[in-house]
Each structure stands twice: as C-alpha cells, then as structure tokens.
Unconditional design. Structure first.
Length: 303
C-alpha cells in the first residue's frame, strides 16, 4: 500500500506538470498560429484551439547585406561629400590601381538612395567605374556611396533640363517639369554640326579663351580661332559649351554659325551660368551632327 500510494502521488504531480506545459503551449501557439483551423499539438495528440481576432506574428525586415571586402585601396568619389548635383550626374569612382576582378570590385561598392532607383555599373577603363540610374535621378534624392574605405553622401537637386532643338533654334529649359526659360541659339554650322544626344553639365567659367588649336586646328588656319568668351558652361569634354556670343545675335534663333557650341546672348548665357549646376542635362536634338560619343566623359547617357 505504501509503495502504491507514493506512485499515485508522483503520477498526480507528473500529470499536473504535463497540464501546465500543455497550457503554456496553447498560449504561445495561439499567438503564432493564424485563425485558420485547429492543428495537432503533436502527431496523434490533442488539437490546439484557435482564437479569432489575434494578430499574426509580425514580419521583421531582413538586414541588408554588407558590401563584400574591397579588392582596392580607398578610391576617389565624385560627387563628393555634401555636393548638390543635377539629375543626369553619374557616380564616378576612380581607383588608385588597375582592377583585375571587376565583379569583385562591384560587389564591394554600395549605392544607397533615399527612394527606390534602378541603375547599374559600367567601366570606363580598369581604374574607373561609374554607376548611373536607368533614367534621370528623381529630384531631391539623397545618395550615399560606400566603396571600401571611401564614403560620400550627396544630394540630387532640382531637375533642370535644357533641350536645344535645331528645328526651332531654341533652347527650352525646364525645372522639375515646368518651363522656366526659352532662349534663341545658334548651333554648329555645316561641317561643324553640334552632335545630338544627352550631355551632362560640367565645369563653368566666368570668362575664358576658346582656342581651336586645342583640338588640332591651327589658329591661323581658315577655320582657326582664339576667341574671348563670357559665361561659358561646359557640356562636353570635346569642347562644346553654352556661352555668350554677342557677335552672333542676328543668327541666334534662325541660323547655325558656331563651331559646335550653343551660342546665346550675354544675358541668356549669364542666366544659364548662374542657374545650371554640375550634373544638369542638356538634350540636343534634330541636328545633322550624329550623336555625342558615350565615351566623351560627359556623354554617359549616350552609351
């Protein structure tokens, strides 16, 4: 009897523990199982009742993967920290050494944007890679570039886009889709036609000398020149600028007389110089000048 009583008492305590354990599973199970149908606690075991109205478990976001280890020393980044640039500006990464494994280098570079932007890498040579969006950047986007030990956060400003149309001999400028300025222009004359395509605004000069000898035409030749100009805004590395050309005022809006540049009045050149910024877009269309090379340096959108 004594032994039997002891066993019975232990069995009761064991049953109580099982009941508590099962109850605990029921509570946690109802917090994680949706209100579909009762499911067995274990094969052949009792079913867990479902309770309506309980929220499902939250889906936590997965952490973003870190960039792969860099196979390069800290490169130079353009745009630089804190810059405000235009919607056509590519990210330019210049390495200190030739990169043998380009794919590994790309995996070590991370471009983060404040709003979704699709884009991709393209290589200029073994020591320079660029990244640009599939279309112009959305205005007012913040961009962060991490490339090994190099970092830069910059901002895409307002969308300033100038369209120079040879059919009308006019430059139409929009800011965030709204027309803000129209100016007559004279583009490249026959045999010097301005190439079509999308250009990227680069450096700006308050004044400068334009010299034909810099691209192989002697100053003293029939088509040579060395001319002082004001308010010159570069749009190609091949030497195409928007600049003041008071000598061609009569031609602006009706006849092409330049060597490829976009000639405008001094007033309009000053406005463009003051209102455009690095990375803004200039779209040239309807000329007989072919297409600006994608390898120009400011012709990335024509690749």
């Amino acid at each position: 009897m004594g032994k039997t009583g002891i066993c019975t008492s232990r069995n009761k305590r064991w049953s109580s523990r099982v009941a508590v354990a099962v109850a605990g599973v029921v509570v946690s199970g109802t917090a994680l199982v949706g209100p579909a149908q009762a499911v067995p606690l274990f094969p052949g075991g009792p079913e867990i009742p479902t309770l309506p109205g309980l929220p499902s478990a939250p889906q936590l976001p997965l952490p973003e993967p870190a960039p792969a280890p860099a196979n390069f020393s800290a490169p130079s980044l353009n745009p630089g920290e804190g810059e405000v640039v235009g919607v056509a500006q590519p990210v330019i990464i210049r390495f200190n050494e030739a990169i043998g494994d380009r794919a590994a280098a790309e995996r070590a570079i991370k471009v983060t944007t404040s709003q979704p932007v699709d884009g991709g890498f393209y290589w200029i040579n073994d020591s320079q890679v660029r990244w640009k969006p599939a279309e112009f950047w959305p205005a007012n986007t913040q961009v962060t570039v991490d490339a090994g030990d190099a970092h830069s956060t910059f901002t895409i400003g307002d969308a300033l886009v100038a369209t120079a149309d040879d059919n009308t001999k006019q430059i139409t400028i929009t800011r965030n889709g709204e027309v803000v300025k129209t100016m007559p222009t004279s583009m490249g004359k026959p045999d010097h036609e301005t190439p079509n395509g999308t250009y990227i605004i680069g450096e700006k000069f308050r004044d400068m000398y334009m010299d034909s000898s810099t691209y192989g035409v002697p100053i003293d030749s029939e088509e040579g020149y060395r001319t002082y100009v004001e308010y010159a805004t570069r749009m190609s590395y091949s030497g195409i600028f928007v600049h003041a050309a008071p000598w061609s005022l009569d031609a602006q809006g009706n006849t092409n007389v330049s060597h490829g540049c976009l000639n405008v009045s001094t007033e309009n050149a000053k406005w463009f110089y003051e209102n455009s910024k690095k990375g803004d877009a200039v779209v040239v269309q309807n000329t007989a000048g072919g297409v600006l090379s994608g390898s120009d340096g400011l012709g990335d959108w024509n690749r």
